[in-house]
Ligand binder design. Structure first.
Ligand code: URA
Length: 243
């Protein structure tokens, strides 16, 4: 995100610190400094990195990107019922503009790795089919695997209920009688659950364990925990090196 000078009141309101009208009060109270000098007015133009509020630098002034370990029974959107994932982040982040949003979604009953960012270009890079960023899911099934799933999922012909084109080739690694890791190269609504339903089984537990090269195990994140990154740094950790 390229920094440009903006009015002090706009910088602070876009970073979720409060309404523009509050900023005038903070200036008059001497709580704001610009490069160490007391701010003169709420309308002076500043770079966000020059500003301190009560002696503290502003929170992620040039954009916010994080990796989050989503818990079961939490939801990614206000349209769904349940505890919102955003309750796990500082309240101020919810007031930011551009807004912090998840890169794709996980179902209420799915846990695991989720990326959130306010960087539209990064969001596009991570979701555009051109970049083919795989997602790996650990799946637990109600019934034992039959033996034909690896082939059927790799065929590129599996049709899902209500869809008009087959699923892309997906790789299944069987890890137990009724457990497996599934690597997808696309993201459709409830895709993993619907793929196994199409194979005559039922998903009873689902966790996203990897995005591209980045595994949940390597991050050591507690459930509901998150870590912030620069967009470039995150992309580097994820992007698969093509041979
Ligand atoms: N597939 C699903 O069925 N659910 C998810 O949350 C992600 C992929």
């Amino acid at each position: 995100m390229t920094a440009k000078k903006e009015r002090l009141e706009k910088v602070l309101s876009n970073l979720g610190y409060g309404a523009r009208k509050d900023v005038g009060y903070w200036v008059r109270s001497g709580w704001l400094t610009i490069d160490g000098e007391l701010a003169k007015s709420a309308s002076q133009k500043v770079f966000p990195s020059q500003v301190m509020l009560e002696g503290k630098a502003l929170d992620h002034p040039h954009g916010l990107t994080l990796i989050y370990h989503k818990a079961l029974a939490t939801v990614c959107s206000r349209k769904e019922n349940g505890r919102l994932i955003y309750a796990d982040f500082p309240e101020r982040w919810l007031g930011r503009k551009p807004a912090l949003s998840s890169v794709g979604r996980l179902d209420k009953d799915t846990s695991g790795l989720l990326i959130l960012t306010d960087d539209g270009a990064l969001n596009h890079q991570l979701t555009s089919p051109k970049h083919d960023i795989s997602k790996t899911y650990a799946v637990t099934l109600a019934e034992p695997l039959k033996g034909d799933e690896v082939e059927k999922l790799a065929s590129g012909t599996l049709m899902l209920d209500a869809d008009d084109r087959p699923c892309k080739v997906a790789e299944l690694e069987v890890t137990g009688e009724s457990t497996a890791n599934l690597v997808l190269h696309e993201g459709r609504y409830h895709q993993v659950r619907r793929m196994f339903a199409a194979l005559g089984n039922h998903v009873v537990a689902l966790e996203r364990i990897q995005i591209g090269m980045l595994s949940l195990a390597s991050l050591n994140l507690e459930i509901g925990g998150y870590r912030t990154f620069e967009s470039d740094e995150l992309l580097q950790m994820i992007v698969e090196k093509k041979a």
